[in-house]
Write a protein that binds this ligand. Structure first.
Ligand code: ZN
Length: 213
């Protein structure tokens, strides 16, 4: 897919190449890479210098098993899921975690027709799928940490522009947004967060413990 407007920044992609990301972020980047020729090309460059990348990242907080994961990647033992073909709307890395495509997701309602499914977590980091009905807004919120949002189906819009399939939005403490699904098609996103989202309106704040986000 070549018409991706919003892709992963180099520093995050380097962290991925080095195996330094927590599992939820690793999953989102792997899934994005499956959909983005540009990200895949840059990743290939970083992986070619895998050991050097890890050295450059000395001093950064690495996951406990990052060195092993990096060695596994360099040795070619780690699966390279983005090269495997997949059917359906979920790329292979995501299908591995879900256990199938869209139909295999164990959704839970979070109200107003929206749904979510928790996929995995590591420390404070969590990955989840979110389903937003066409034309509907997610609650406005800011962020305590980093949030990655990858569109798998449909599209959403916020102050950062339009995000369609394959697009990745990177949000942090400075971003306060209200992603709204485009009319006409329901939107499914894969989201990783590394801190509990800070909802800025009363109702969502009350609902936060129930949403678990
Ligand atoms: Zn957000």
């Amino acid at each position: 897919m070549n018409n991706i407007r919003h892709t992963v920044p180099d520093d995050l992609l380097m962290g991925y190449a080095a195996g330094a990301l927590p599992q939820p972020f690793d999953l989102v980047v792997a899934t994005h890479v499956s959909l983005s020729d540009d990200a895949r090309a840059r990743l290939a460059g970083f992986e070619a210098v895998g050991g050097a990348v890890l050295e450059e990242m000395e001093g950064a907080a690495l996951a406990d098993d990052s060195f092993d994961r990096t060695l596994a990647r360099i040795a070619g033992k780690a699966p390279e899921p983005y090269r495997a073909p997949s059917r359906g709307i979920f790329p292979t890395p995501l299908q591995r975690v879900v256990g199938g495509d869209e139909g295999a997701v164990k959704w839970k309602s979070i109200g107003m027709g929206a749904r979510q499914a928790l996929l995995c977590s590591e420390g404070e980091a969590t990955a989840r799928l979110i389903f937003i009905p066409a034309g509907q807004a997610m609650p406005q919120h800011s962020h305590r940490g980093m949030e990655l949002t990858l569109v798998l189906k449909g599209a959403f819009r916020d102050d950062g522009g339009l995000y369609a399939r394959g697009d990745l939005e990177v949000a942090n403490e400075e971003v306060d947004h209200t992603p709204t699904a485009e009319p006409g098609e329901d939107c499914i996103c894969l989201i990783a967060t590394d801190g509990r989202l800070k909802f800025t309106r009363l109702l969502p704040r009350i609902a936060q413990p129930f949403f678990g986000i």
